[in-house]
Design a protein around this ligand. Sequence first.
Ligand code: DX5
Ligand code: ZN
Length: 240
Amino acid sequence: MMIDITAPPIQPLVAASILSADFGHMTAECRDVLDKGADLLHIDVMDGHFAGNLTMGQDMIRGLRRHLPDTFLDVHLMVDRPSNYIDDFADAGANLFTFHLEACQPQKVDGDNASVLIERILATGMHAGMAINPPTAIDGLTPYLDQLALVLIMSVHPGRSGQQFIADVLEKTQILKTQLDMTTRLEMDGGINPSTAPSAAAAGVDVLVSASALFGADNRAAAIAQMHASDGHSQINCSQ
Ligand code: DX5
Ligand code: ZN
């Protein structure tokens, strides 16, 4: 059954980021991590501009939706002009459309307007999410929090999986947590593994995104179970 992203989870949800899956066996890879306990799939869309990498787009969402009708598809757009993709992603079957605050800065040439984006996302029936990069302050999110199903704090710089966790983001994460109501999830993305997940959970994160540490684990079920068990009271260890 599909998860309800607006319901506070008892344990942190584990979002499998398919960027580290074997792209030649994508459906099988996704079924494997879902069978082994992952709660949802996280899909990283990059345009080579906002983030210096090209990854995947709406056709991947459409294919996953066709083969995995009951799986929550969390789409993270690291792109300029996210407004160009709302209708295509909704039509393809995305459940959550998360765009970056940095793509909406007023000083940015051709930047999008965040309020308009959120209204358009919600009108399609998708949930709306907003993301910020490691150096970005949380203040810019404040006007939008009531309308968001999820806020994503990047704990690496957008671009690639397999980077090291940036523990400096934990401080703003803790502050942001106090500003969210029960229906808004707090997601962290980048460098999350069984060693760093407890620090994220302790800061209030309830959706843990993991790519390399999950798909690359010798025992994926154990890695997922360990991340689920990060209850926010475990020992903080940011060394890995
Ligand atoms: C980074 C992406 C992440 C990435 C995480 O730009 O947004 O979702 O796949 O990869 P790991 O978990 O390997 O740091
Ligand atoms: Zn991501």
